[in-house]
Design a binder for this molecule. Structure first.
Ligand code: NAD
Length: 394
């Protein structure tokens, strides 16, 4: 089988996904790449010898020797780039979040529908071993029918990852409740078997807004912007983004279209980084402790008791083959995208679900900026839902 020839737009931090997809002789390779930034182009030329490297994305979207594209640019650029690629008839993987507003998501889904071009969304968490383990437990009926899901996200590296570049600005992300939470809202929807219909949220910029150590406009990020064990507590952070107008704490309540009630909480200044899920059904409860290798998902379902350390069943989080890419999720995401771009068929990630996660995040952000007033999440056009339910065929 010849390699699928991949074009890549954007080669920043998430360039890691392009490197994962570069498997010459093994099904896919990067043959063209565009980035505005000269330093990114230099790095790309080293990573992908022989690839055509350009500043203008059109050099890649219009390249006849590119079979499919990966969009790895910042969130606010996804809508325009994805619509352009879809209309050019090239299958595309768009990084999450799909877009920064509902209209942008719907425009992408419509461009896919009208052009008949394959659209894939990079919700890699659906391929994370801990998520698949929880989903299998739910699917086996070990906790009965899911009734409520509570997710706590401790974003220990939040100051480094989200308050030192474009992530810190509403105009590029809408807010971190969308930017960061789109993954977990999607997983929560997947575990609960429904999509959010009503949403209500509170949130605030509690810590990073008070830190005066900002870079000047145009000044590049400091070389030590991220270190494994440094930059904590948050008042020791330096060289933050010049503008910070997103929240660093947010609390969301959701009512799903199947009656499930859910909650999601995100904090960007915890000492630890991990996600804790509790899923309660009408016949049991599951909870994860740790979300990578060494972690465990416990299930309690044998009867009532006070707190018990041991679960009635305990399942270790499986070791991933490649721990480098988001707990092994990235290689599996690439496998799925390459197969889908080539042959079509079903996928575990879903453009409709990606749109519903963004829609919930957008309305939740509106709610928290409006004193917590509840919001209704707009439905997606049923014609588009039906098209994607049929596996993107007419
Ligand atoms: N799924 C995940 O786990 C995950 C993890 C990290 C980031 N992301 C997503 O990946 C995307 C990229 O994030 P990042 O952290 O790599 O950002 P980044 O800022 O590090 O890199 C983005 C790159 O895109 C380039 N760029 C911007 N506009 C462009 C355009 N029109 N054409 C060509 N290049 C352009 C920039 O010069 C930059 O080099 C974002 O949407 C982000 O939310 C997803």
């Amino acid at each position: 089988m010849t390699d699928l020839r991949l074009g890549v737009l954007g080669y920043g931090l998430r360039g890691s996904l392009a490197r994962t997809a570069h498997r010459p002789g093994a099904g896919s390779r990067v043959t063209a790449l565009a980035d505005h930034d000269p330093a990114a182009r230099t790095a790309a030329a080293l990573a992908f010898p022989g690839a055509r490297i350009a500043a203008d994305h059109r050099k890649v979207t219009e390249d006849p020797d590119v079979d499919a594209l990966m969009i790895l640019t910042p969130d606010h650029t996804h809508t325009a780039l994805a619509c352009e690629v879809l209309r050019a008839g090239k299958p595309v993987c768009v990084e999450k979040p799909l877009a920064i507003d509902v209209e942008g998501c719907d425009a992408i889904l419509r461009a896919a529908y009208e052009s008949g071009t394959r659209l894939y969304v990079g919700h890699n968490m659906r391929h994370m071993p801990v998520v698949r383990l929880m989903r299998d437990i739910v699917a086996r009926g070990e906790i009965g029918t899911v009734k409520t899901v509570w997710v706590r996200h401790f974003v220990g590296y939040g100051g480094d990852w989200y308050f030192k570049d474009w992530h810190a600005e509403r105009r590029y992300t809408t807010g971190l409740l969308l930017q960061k939470a789109a993954h977990d809202i999607d997983v929560l929807h997947w575990l609960a078997g429904g999509f959010t219909q009503r949403v209500q949220a509170l949130g605030d910029l509690m810590v990073y807004g008070d830190n005066p150590h900002r870079r000047a406009t145009g000044e590049p990020k400091a070389d030590d912007w991220y270190t494994e064990d440094g930059h904590w507590p948050p008042d020791t952070q330096r060289a933050l983004n010049p503008v910070i107008d997103v929240e660093d704490v947010s609390l969301v309540n959701m009512r799903l279209d199947n009656g499930v009630l859910a909650a999601y909480q995100q904090c960007h200044f915890t000492p630890d980084y991990w996600r804790n899920y509790t899923v309660i059904g009408d016949a049991g409860r599951l909870e994860n402790f740790g979300d990578g290798p060494g972690g465990v998902v416990k299930v309690w379902n044998s009867g009532r008791s006070a707190h018990r350390e041991r679960g009635d069943a305990e399942y270790p989080v499986p070791d991933a083959e490649d721990a480098a890419g988001h707990g092994g999720a990235d290689p599996l995401l690439v496998d799925e995208f390459v197969r889908f771009a080539r042959d079509g068929g079903g996928t575990d990630t879903s453009p409709v679900a990606a749109r519903m996660a963004v829609a919930a995040g957008v309305r939740a952000t509106e709610s928290l900026r409006d004193g917590g007033a509840p919001r209704t999440v707009p439905e997606l056009d049923p014609e588009l839902v039906a098209y994607f339910d049929r596996g993107q065929s007419r």
